[in-house]
Design a protein around this ligand. Sequence first.
Ligand code: UDP
Length: 461
Amino acid sequence: MDTNSSKFSIHHVVLFPFMSKGHIIPILNLARLLLRRGMAVTMFTTTGNRPFISESLADTSVCIIDIPFPQNAPEIPPGVESTDLLPSMSLFFSFCKATKQMQPMVEEKLQGLVQAQPVSFMVSDGFLWWTLESATKLGLPRLVFSGMNQFVSCVSRAVFEDRLLDGAESDDELITVTRFPWIKVTRNDFNTVMPNPNGPTMEVFIDQVKSMTNSLGFIVNSFYELEKVYIDNWNSEKIPKVWCVGPLCLAEPELEPQKKPFWIQGCSVLYVAFGSQAEVSSKQLQQIAKGLQESKANFLWVLRKKESESILDEGFEEKVKGRGIVVKQWVDQRQILKYQCIEGFLSHCGWNSALESICYGVPILAWPMIAEQALNARMVVEEIKVGLRVDSTCNGMKPGFVKWDGLMKMLKELMEGEMGKQVRKRVKEVAELAKMAMADSDGSSWQTLDMLINELCNKKQ
Ligand code: UDP
């Protein structure tokens, strides 16, 4: 049953997620929330991403429209329809650029939809900048789905508008963010946020930013109680408003209670995973393996396929038998984090992973790698205080190469130490706030989504 209200049943919403798991998964849950308001939902995707979406939404009435991904896109290997599968993340913005070739077909399908049943609004990912033009042609309000939290958006905006990085003498010099003086950042924190300013893909980045600022507002996977200061700050400015409607993972249906799966052994288990995009060198993987091995911790380590090949021949799994397990396939991370025995998460701090960890009360050992993860790590460690960082000695949140003994020290601290105790206590408190935010009718996120729908649906009538 995916509806509990008919308040908005005459309304129809189009969702269009970007092609990576970290952007698709939250939008699947947004679809569920809209269905629960009684709305009709159509989701656009590419043919290659359709099976994952269809399977995830099999119990719902979401209509899925898939468009073939361009096969002749410069630099993108044929068959790659998700940034998770790119041979290198340096192709990320080329991938974004390639999506624009889908525009004519998306518009043809949208036209057909609008004729069959009026569409109230469209929510599309910030990386799909050209969808603003498509929505505008058909007279549809377009909201941007932002994959970031408001702390990161506000800090980035303040740093760029006030040109704070220009004054830094080195990449790891701490600079005070004048609009939020309790926050300090380094140039390192921003090094992987933007493409090379002189490279060919900078143009796409600028188009994306322009399209966001000309859209109606942002849907953000976060909640008011987590980052009031930044949400209020943003919404007090004359810029497109943010609507925090999360944590979206809490809209996922509860699966049948399962027995603890065989691969989780013992209690007090550390979960280790670096998301779907980060590239970890084999030298670094070997240090992680040694750190886990020497720490004697119980652990569950999820590796991407490419990575697993580089450590297997070392006989690592044999050495940690009985207390550690390596999984070499896609797992359902939210289900893992829900197990009581998972008591720590060594994470790259992708925003979804960080938020999921918070929602399930699991403290984080932050190891940011790419994109805006260094800023997420600052938020997790310094702002919300639900985690520690992997290299406690570095000022910058981008620790670079970490040796096994440093890693072992911090993971022991997280799992057994005094600082670990404090962040564990705090994360459980924040998890409660997250649940309350998502509560039907009363929760702040529930109410925010209702307000947004009311505003947009009334506008269209
Ligand atoms: N995820 C998962 N299984 C995996 C790896 C990732 O379910 O084996 C999910 C994870 O729960 C999260 C998303 O994929 O919802 C990853 O998003 P995140 O923002 O954490 O990182 P990204 O992959 O975008 O770097």
